[in-house]
Design a protein around this ligand. Structure first.
Ligand SMILES: [Zn+2]
Length: 187
């Protein structure tokens, strides 16, 4: 969670690495403990040349995009069923979407129906949807989310059904957000 993402340019590409990523280090880098000398030994993962930067191309650090979804109330969460390492375009694991209530419980639609997860979303992309000082809206959010998850639409056997906003976990989350927008408009 506290890993820093570093971006630099080399080989006409933008390259992103975690600061503690050591694939490109020389084998003997472990023996030198100074971070600076480690940095000097870093190689570009594309051309394997040692990295040297002038001021303009110096690496910049990017805040980690992953948050603990259970700490972000009333949010839209993007994660993976198989953990954050699987949030990528390379493997078969699909992204999974969930909505947190104000207590950090993540409601998500799966093949077994609606799940209320109190753990498992520790590393995901979380987009908060309700301002923290809107207490009455947060209360309404929780009661509506609970009611909404009990609807027959989210039965396990209807998991693959196509709906207004696609299917599966995505349909559940987006339909709920739309429902809340409509409900809030009536307040
Ligand atoms: Zn390079």
């Amino acid at each position: 969670m506290d890993r820093t993402l570093i971006k630099f340019s080399h080989c006409d590409k933008d390259i992103y690495r975690f600061s503690d990523h050591n694939i490109c280090e020389e084998p003997d880098a472990q023996s030198t403990h100074a971070f600076e000398s480690k940095l000097r030994l870093l190689r570009c993962p594309v051309c394997f040349e040692r990295l040297r930067f002038n001021l303009l191309e110096a690496p910049v650090s990017i805040p980690c995009p992953f948050k603990n979804g259970h700490n972000v109330p009333c949010a839209f969460n993007i994660g993976s069923m198989y953990g954050p390492l699987h949030i990528s375009e390379y493997d078969e694991s699909e992204l999974h979407i969930g909505i947190t209530n104000s207590k950090g419980v993540v409601y998500n639609y799966t093949l077994t129906g609606i799940r209320r997860d109190e753990s498992g979303w520790e590393k995901c992309v979380s987009v908060p949807l309700v301002q923290s000082d809107r207490y009455s809206l947060k209360e309404l959010w929780d009661s509506e989310l609970e009611k909404f998850s009990l609807l027959a639409s989210w039965a396990p056997q209807r998991f693959y059904e196509e709906r207004e906003f696609g299917s599966r976990c995505y349909a559940f989350a987006l339909t709920f957000i739309n429902h809340m927008r409509a409900t809030e408009g009536k307040l």
